[in-house]
Design a binder for this molecule. Structure first.
Ligand code: FAD
Ligand code: SIN
Length: 590
């Protein structure tokens, strides 16, 4: 294998990138421009990704920030939102290297919206202490970024620098001599494979694990499953972020198989001044957090869930009042600042300059993933990961808004740099968080049914109280235990038992149901099928088992992982006892 030489240094020949979101596209471009041979596989069209749907923007403190803003403030905000669980070095890298990769995007043709003074227009979002969110096309940032990167990739594909495989579903990682050496994939019903010096997983997240999600259909945890089956360590899987404001389509039907059209109402709308009201028209967030609607999003999601429970309507919705923005900033502001959302809410039958928008929390972003070091190296030599599929620890227990596109850029670039310097290296992973597990560790995936709950373990806290019954915290689903496996049943189970509010009883029940399904599906093994959907189902089931186990093992609430049976869950015990959860079909369709 001959090697290209760039600036007199030897460049490894071939990098296989799996996934065409921000992490995969940016990494493929950087590697190709450095002289490497790049193969880019993606399971749908190039634009099918979470990245494409991103609205709010990309956080970055640039050379000319908003008055008073600093990289140190961005670091502090990220650490605060992460609930003390962040890898601080990863956060320092993310925030201090941000401007390098914003400039990198510029080189590939990405243009951000400008303010009147000709500098970048900077937005404010929840839990950011200063306006530092770059956006493109108003609220179409993801599409703006993805389209520019896709154009750059297509041009390099024409030049023969990037080999593109669309509709190519990665089904397994090939391994030889203790390292990853290629990818098996299914394309058009055929099994194919490609070999390379290293594989970069950039397969994004797993919102399809839950019945309500902001994520598109491609977000099925494939990368996590591929890596786990190859023996890679994974970590922080109990931390799944629920975005507080996903449109609730009252009266519309939702397809539980995942084909519904979710509409996230960007946090930037609250950043501009929108508030949350309950069905009585009362603003409730100030009762839950000092920062009210601009509290970290786990707090806002949980507050909505708790408030709905308090109102006796746990499966209901609240309202986002954006009318205030129009009143304060003048007619036409919403249309100009949020053109996509204005159009999409109109399509949903709402005029948000006059109407309240019904919203509820939905699964949005997975903080956990394939454990990597700060250069994207996993514990398996030859396997790199970046973006939402990876866990550097940068997002801690709860991601700060608009830090995720940035993560894909910064750690995607660093993964390419690691590949160029030594493609065969595995990570030393000094910073692996304590719950890291891998297939190689041989740990069982089920929670032991004898695992004591916090009530049992902590004398003095509810020891004499009956454990909450299984029906509490359950959203409006029919019981799933006893049902055979289907994606819809899995998504219902995860929302009901491992969603915004969790406890030991529900998690144990979920673990048992998942184990029953897994005994038949065997998700720990690569499915013998050319059908991508069969592979996705297995990925989802495996990911669900790993998530539920991690959630069961973490007894205390932290960040997005909220257990009503931990000490700080006392408030919800009271609610559980006072208010009966009763079904309402506006949010969840069985
Ligand atoms: P993705 O963009 O999800 O891309 C993953 C790619 O991998 C896709 O192309 C997919 O098809 C491919 N893939 C998956 N499995 C396979 C397989 N088996 N074989 C081949 N290909 C595969 N973050 C922000 O920072 N700011 C925002 O404003 C923001 N808004 C958001 C709004 C919405 C509605 C959503 C859903 C997310 C938002 N996020 C935002 C989060 C952010 O978009 C994602 O975390 C980020 O885009 C992830 O990028 P990625 O490159 O890691 O993965
Ligand atoms: C949003 O626009 O609210 C989403 C931003 C994000 O997920 O970072």
């Amino acid at each position: 294998m001959t090697r290209a030489s760039v600036h007199g240094t030897s460049v490894p020949q071939r990098l296989i990138v799996v996934g065409s979101g921000i992490a995969g596209l940016y990494a493929a471009l950087l590697a190709a421009d450095a002289g490497a041979e790049v193969v880019l596989l993606t399971k749908g069209e190039l634009a099918e990704s979470n990245t494409y749907y991103a609205q709010g923007g990309i956080s970055a403190v640039l050379a000319d920030p908003a008055p008073g803003d600093t990289v140190a403030a961005h670091i502090a905000d990220t650490l605060n939102a992460g609930a003390g669980h962040c890898n601080t070095e990863a956060v320092r890298v993310l925030c201090s290297e941000a401007r390098e990769d914003i400039a990198g995007l510029g080189r590939f043709g990405v243009r951000f919206d400008l303010a009147h003074d000709g500098g970048p227009a900077l937005g404010l979002e929840a839990a950011h202490s200063a306006p530092r969110i770059l956006h493109a096309g108003g609220d179409a940032t993801g599409a703006g970024v993805a389209n520019a990167l896709i154009r750059a990739v297509l041009s390099r594909s024409t030049d023969g620098k990037i080999q593109l495989y669309g509709g190519a579903h990665a089904t397994a990682l090939r391994q030889s001599h203790g390292r990853v050496s290629g990818v098996d994939f299914s394309q058009g019903g055929r099994s194919l494979s490609v070999s390379g010096d290293a594989v970069l997983l950039a397969t994004g997240g797993a919102g399809q694990l839950f019945a309500q999600t902001t994520n598109p259909a491609v977000a099925t945890a494939d990368g996590l499953a591929l890596a786990w089956r190859a023996g890679a360590a994974v970590s922080d899987l109990e931390f799944f972020q629920f975005h507080p404001t996903c449109l609730v389509r009252t009266g519309a039907t939702t397809d539980p198989e995942g084909d519904q059209d979710p509409l996230l109402i960007s946090e930037a709308v609250r950043g501009e001044g929108a508030v949350l009201l309950d069905t009585h028209g009362l603003r409730f967030m100030p009762d839950y957090h000092l920062d009210a609607e601009l509290a970290p999003r786990d707090v806002v999601s949980r507050s909505i869930a708790l408030h709905l429970a308090k109102l006796g309507d746990p499966n209901g919705h609240v309202y986002l009042d954006a009318r205030l923005i129009e009143a304060a900033k003048g007619p036409g502001f919403l249309e100009k600042r949020f053109p996509t959302l204005s159009q999409k809410t109109r399509e949903a039958g709402l005029d948000w300059t006059r109407d309240l928008v019904p919203v509820a929390p939905a699964a949005h972003y997975w903080m956990g993933g394939v454990t990597t070091d700060l250069s994207g190296r996993t514990s398996v030599p030859g396997l790199l990961a970046a973006g939402e599929v990876a866990c550097t620890g940068v997002q801690g227990a709860n991601r700060l808004a608009s830090n995720s596109l940035l993560e894909g850029l910064v750690f995607g670039r660093r993964a390419v740099e690691a590949f160029l310097s030594d493609p065969l290296a595995g990570a030393s992973l000094d910073a692996v968080p304590p719950l890291a597990v891998s297939a190689a560790s041989g740990l069982p995936l089920t929670l032991a049914s004898g695992t004591p709950s916090n009530d049992e373990r902590k004398p003095g806290f509810g020891a004499s109280k009956a454990l909450p019954t299984v029906g509490e915290h359950r959203f409006s689903f029919a019981p799933v235990s006893g049902q055979s496996f289907s994606r819809a049943a899995l998504r219902r189970l995860m929302t009901a038992n491992a969603g915004v509010l969790r406890n030991g009883v529900l998690l144990r029940e979920a673990s048992e149901t998942l184990a029953g399904w897994a005994a038949v599906v065997r998700p720990e093994m690569v499915p013998l099928s050319e059908d991508p959907r069969v592979h996705e189902d297995a990925s989802l089931l495996l990911a669900a088992q790993l998530l539920v186990r991690a959630a069961g093992e973490r007894r205390a609430s932290l960040g997005a992982h909220y257990r009503s049976d931990s000490v700080d869950g006392a408030a919800i015990h009271e609610l559980e006892e006072t208010y009966q959860m009763r079904p309402k079909a506006s949010l969840v369709h069985d």
